[in-house]
Design a protein around this ligand. Structure first.
Ligand SMILES: Cc1cc2nc3c(=O)[nH]c(=O)nc-3n(C[C@H](O)[C@H](O)[C@H](O)COP(=O)(O)O)c2cc1C
Length: 360
């Protein structure tokens, strides 16, 4: 993510010796909240659950640069995680056969190679672990500013759970959900059944993650590509498997009349609020003081056990691919932590940019 103040660069690959993140733009003396980082990493980590890969990494990270004790020193923060559980042999038999809808084929063309990079290389969901380190740093800073970011699972396959569109969940309720490996506000059992049904047939299933940002003041962001929506969308699309982002009522607004879609203003306790929040707390790319809400589409995991049509790029033949590696039948529960990290980083960047402007 290249922000106005912050720059976040994730590096490494699924089966490389290490993965990490470089985060620049934080002023010296910024406190690092390790509890916030650990919480996000734990939510992203694979668990012994029916939807989860059996590749379980501890994700122990070290700060190599930029942090002294618990505070930043003003330089680039560099955090790294050693990969400990790689198994590249899973890819041997089909090493010239790209997995449908993974990044294999596109990356082969881009990188000028004829082999699939084991574990998805730099396109692996594994790279969301260092993203969560940066996200945890951002969340710790935001919390001190009274801003709280929370992402939860809203739907899995055809099971529609609670959405902010039915009323923004109280911060405590959303926060409570995140302590569960399947962080849904309701319909948890039905969602689990949907995942098990996909997994038991060697298939995968997707879903939606919703994210709410509480405590934002009005006036943060700017017009067009400088706006809050642009920054958040760009950051969230950095999370692998994200295929759609909508703010507030998003696409549902297209089926409403203006009279229904507009959020009327009112004074409440001397403060300007809107009586509905269909715009998701943003107008013209700028926050309006209401909770910022977004909904993110996560595709079904591309790597499935079912046989699929593909091609061998070396022999130039059509082949039937049977994937044997370790993959999540549903990545949505784990993706929630990555989405939350991406949102926290974009929001913090816009707040820091606004603070710098005010200080001038
Ligand atoms: C936390 C997380 C874990 C993932 N694990 C897998 C996996 O085990 N197998 C897989 O095929 N894709 C997995 N993905 C998704 C792929 O990385 C992603 O679909 C691929 O890079 C192609 O990118 P795209 O779907 O954004 O086009 C994961 C994504 C995330 C966020």
């Amino acid at each position: 993510m290249k922000g106005e103040v912050l720059n976040v660069e994730v590096y490494g690959a699924s089966h490389a010796s290490a993965i990490g993140v470089k985060l620049s733009g934080l002023p010296a003396g910024t406190e690092i909240d390790r509890a916030a980082i650990d919480a996000l990493l734990a939510r992203r980590r694979a668990v012994r659950a029916p939807w989860s890969t059996s590749r379980i990494e501890k994700d122990e990270y070290v700060f190599l640069e930029g942090v002294n004790g618990c505070v930043t020193d003003g330089g680039t923060v560099l955090a790294e995680i050693k990969n400990t559980d790689t198994r590249s042999s899973d890819y041997g038999e089909f090493r010239h056969v790209p997995r449908p809808s993974h990044a294999d084929y596109a990356a082969m063309v881009k990188d000028g190679i004829d082999e699939v990079t084991p574990g998805g290389g730099r396109f692996s969901g594994r790279l969301t672990a260092p993203l969560c380190i940066a996200g945890g740093i951002a969340e710790g800073i935001l919390l001190k500013k009274g801003v709280y970011v929370c992402a939860y699972v809203s739907s899995i396959g055809n099971v529609e759970g609670r959405s902010y569109k039915d009323g923004v969940p109280a911060r405590e309720e959303a926060s409570r959900a995140t302590s569960d490996p399947l962080p849904a506000l309701d319909k948890r059992e039905e969602m689990l059944a949907e995942i098990l049904a996909a997994a038991s047939s060697g298939d995968s299933v997707g879903g939606t993650v919703e994210c709410v940002v509480y405590g934002l003041k009005a006036g943060i962001g700017d017009y067009m590509t400088y706006g809050m929506e642009s920054a958040i969308a760009a950051s969230v699309y950095g999370v692998p498997a994200v295929k759609g982002v909508e703010f507030g009522d998003g696409f549902s607004l297209t089926r409403m009349r203006g009279s229904e879609a507009n959020d009327p203003f009112a004074y409440e306790d001397g403060k300007i609020v809107t009586l509905t929040n269909r715009s998701g707390g943003i107008n013209g790319g700028i926050t309006n003081g209401m909770p910022l809400t977004l909904r993110v589409a996560i595709r079904p995991t591309p790597s499935i056990a079912k046989k699929q049509h593909s091609v061998n790029v070396l022999t130039r033949e059509n082949v039937i691919l049977e994937i044997k590696g370790r993959h999540d039948a549903c990545i949505v529960p784990r993706a929630a932590a990555a989405v939350e990290s991406a949102v926290a980083l974009a929001v913090l960047d816009k707040i820091l940019a606004e603070e710098a402007k005010q200080a001038r």
